[in-house]
Design a protein around this ligand. Structure first.
Ligand code: NDP
Length: 293
């Protein structure tokens, strides 16, 4: 193996320590406690785990967390009323509505109802627009986490690097492209209709794989020395054991890449750390105080 394994778990712990320090200063100097409200509709087991982890990690950083659990049969109007209440609550600086929502609820209508200044997921259309024109916005947590890893671990600087992003979703691929453009990368976005993906990936100094297909990217597609950020989380069962794998074949890629994130322990831990960072950022903006760096 030649690649450096990027320890996202350790880097996320460092980020959470910085968030904790910032939260302590807000309390000591201004008597302000950042608040994060998480809304969960229904009983999706994966969402339950995410929400529990978010609340636990928020608490460990000194962020006050507010949890609203609603029945799967909750109407869209009832959910919108909850969002409006949280929008108006000065103790709440960040609002996150856990996706997916039940099929009878229009997720866009709900995300669009969140006050954009409290939209710590960065999914509100005004944050999407501000990001795309290079204005200050709330940035979606997963691509923000990837960017922080790249700034730290990509050798040779981001400006001028060729970044290939595989995946064009609104929550990962597209905002990732905007962030890397802002860093002056040359950005290629690939997707399911892209022709000859291996040769496109072969030109990448930076590869961000956000596909959702287990170990699809093979080692011999990757440019030697490239930095590989594997966003994918795929559950596989082999020999009776269930485990998580990424979108990149780690064993093969690690022989070629310069640095690579593992799954688990790469991008995943950064996502929640960035949610906490966004909450503190939103709190600081609400009070016109300096934001975390
Ligand atoms: P989506 O399903 O919304 O998007 C997947 C993208 O991959 C689409 O743009 C799709 O193309 C593209 N794609 C699918 N198949 C191929 C293919 N054969 N070749 C090239 N491109 C392909 O997924 P998300 O963006 O939400 O998530 C992607 C992965 O990241 C998932 O595994 C998810 O679990 C994980 N994830 C991890 C997070 C974390 O915290 N680590 C957070 C969020 C997601 P097209 O648009 O043409 O359909």
């Amino acid at each position: 193996m030649t690649a450096t394994t990027i320890d996202g778990k350790a880097f996320a712990a460092t980020l959470r320590a910085q968030v904790t320090t910032h939260v302590a200063v807000l309390k000591a100097d201004h008597d302000i406690v950042p608040g994060l409200a998480v809304v969960l509709v229904g009983e999706d087991p994966a969402s339950e785990v995410y929400v529990r982890n978010k609340a636990k990690q928020a608490g460990e950083c000194g962020i006050r967390s507010f949890e609203t659990r609603l029945d799967a049969a909750t109407s869209q109007a009832e959910l919108l009323a909850v969002v409006q209440r949280l929008n108006a609550d000065p103790a709440v600086h960040g609002i996150l509505v856990q996706l997916p929502l039940p099929a009878h609820i229009d997720a866009n209508a709900v995300l669009g109802a969140i006050d954009p200044t409290k939209d710590v997921d960065g999914f509100h259309i005004s944050n999407v627009g501000q990001l795309s024109v290079g204005q200050k916005s709330m940035v979606p947590c997963t691509p923000l986490g990837c960017l922080l890893l790249l700034r730290q671990f990509h050798k040779g600087g981001l400006a001028g690097s060729h970044a290939v992003i595989v995946g064009r979703s609104n929550i990962v691929g597209k905002p990732m492209a905007q962030l890397l453009l802002r860093e002056h990368c040359t950005v290629t976005i690939a997707h399911s209709r892209t022709r000859d993906l291996p040769s496109i990936i072969g030109g990448a100094d930076i590869l961000v794989a956000a596909i959702g297909r287990q170990e699809m990217v093979r080692g011999d597609w990757i440019k030697p020395g490239a930095t590989v950020i594997d966003v994918g989380i795929n559950r596989v069962t082999r020999d009776g054991r269930t485990r998580l794998v990424g979108d990149v074949n780690f064993a093969e890629a690690a022989e070629v890449a310069g640095a690579i994130t593992p799954v688990p322990g790469g991008v995943g831990p950064m996502t929640i750390a960035c949610l906490l960072l966004n909450t503190v950022t939103a709190c600081c903006r609400a009070h016109h105080l300096p934001e975390p760096a």
